[in-house]
Design a protein around this ligand. Structure first.
Ligand SMILES: Nc1ncnc2c1ncn2[C@@H]1O[C@H](COP(=O)(O)OP(=O)(O)OP(=O)(O)O)[C@@H](O)[C@H]1O
Length: 256
């Protein structure tokens, strides 16, 4: 096995997953360099969530491998998973806990010492503007609040790689700004982040690397400026995935 000392933060090799007779992810290869802020973009249904779920060991691929700092997610799950913090899509959480209780539960499962766990939970709840939610149960949280508490659980054990599925979706602008500060600081201090998004300006603002996925395959990947090749990311995205603003003639009935 490759030494964890030189391996990329994340390496996906030949990842494949078929639902029914349609491949959702089709021999996908991807490398996230250490210390990079990596954006994953692609149209709806391109296979981003499926790829990230397989990358972190939440979904078993039909074939292919995922390695985190050289540790295989399926052969060596304990070592791989202690290095990552994950914000999955549609996160299933213990619903009858408050946010603070959820963090305590997560930290204890991770084997953290209680005083340190309490200190970090307080910091995270404060910066994510969840400190005032008091007795509110997770089942009563809004979509954006669920994203934020999910992100807090991903950060709690100070992982080396964050894998985040649309972390800013449904999050209000003030909280989004806080999340961007947290993620930037995380990368500045040596962490690596890979996240999916549909918001091109956010990806351009945050990321130094990007991959475009379409039909379960990587159609472009590399440093942001290389992938953009002198254009905006949105223009490049439209070129690569064949998107075009449609004529509205067929919806003429919508205009009264
Ligand atoms: N559990 C499932 N059962 C059947 N089909 C699935 C399942 N999960 C995903 N798919 C299909 O796999 C394909 C890829 O879905 P996926 O959610 O990975 O795309 P995505 O790029 O994350 O999309 P979006 O940007 O809309 O979130 C889609 O065609 C989707 O319908």
């Amino acid at each position: 096995m490759e030494s964890s000392g030189t391996a990329p933060a994340l390496r996906l090799a030949g990842l494949t997953k078929t639902f029914g007779d349609r491949p959702a992810v089709d021999h996908l290869d991807l490398e996230v360099p250490r210390g990079s802020f990596f954006g994953l973009i692609g149209p709806n249904g391109a296979g981003k969530t499926t790829s990230l779920s397989m990358a972190v060991g939440l979904l078993r691929p039909d074939s292919g491998r995922s390695q985190i700092f050289g540790f295989d997610v399926w052969d060596d799950p304990a070592r791989a998973k202690e290095l990552i913090g994950v914000l999955p899509d549609g996160l299933a959480m213990p619903e009858r806990l408050t946010g603070r209780e959820l963090l305590r539960f997560t930290g204890l499962l991770r084997g953290m010492e209680v005083p340190e766990l309490e200190r970090r939970s307080g910091d995270l709840l404060e910066i994510l503007e969840l400190a005032d939610t008091g007795r509110t149960l997770v089942m009563e949280y809004s979509t954006g609040m669920r994203k934020k508490i999910g992100l807090a659980t991903a950060l709690l054990h100070a992982p080396k790689l964050l894998v985040l599925d649309e972390p800013l979706e449904a999050v209000d602008p003030a909280s989004a700004a806080s999340i961007k500060v947290i993620l930037r600081r995380f990368v500045r201090d040596g962490g690596s982040v890979v996240f999916s998004s549909h918001v091109m300006p956010v990806v351009e603002q945050l990321c130094d690397h990007v991959a475009v996925i379409a039909s379960g395959r990587v159609v472009a990947a590399g440093p942001l400026d290389t992938v953009r090749s002198g254009r905006s990311l949105e223009e490049r995205f439209m070129d690569l995935v064949g998107g075009q603003a449609r004529e509205m003639g067929e919806l003429a009935w919508l205009s009264s």
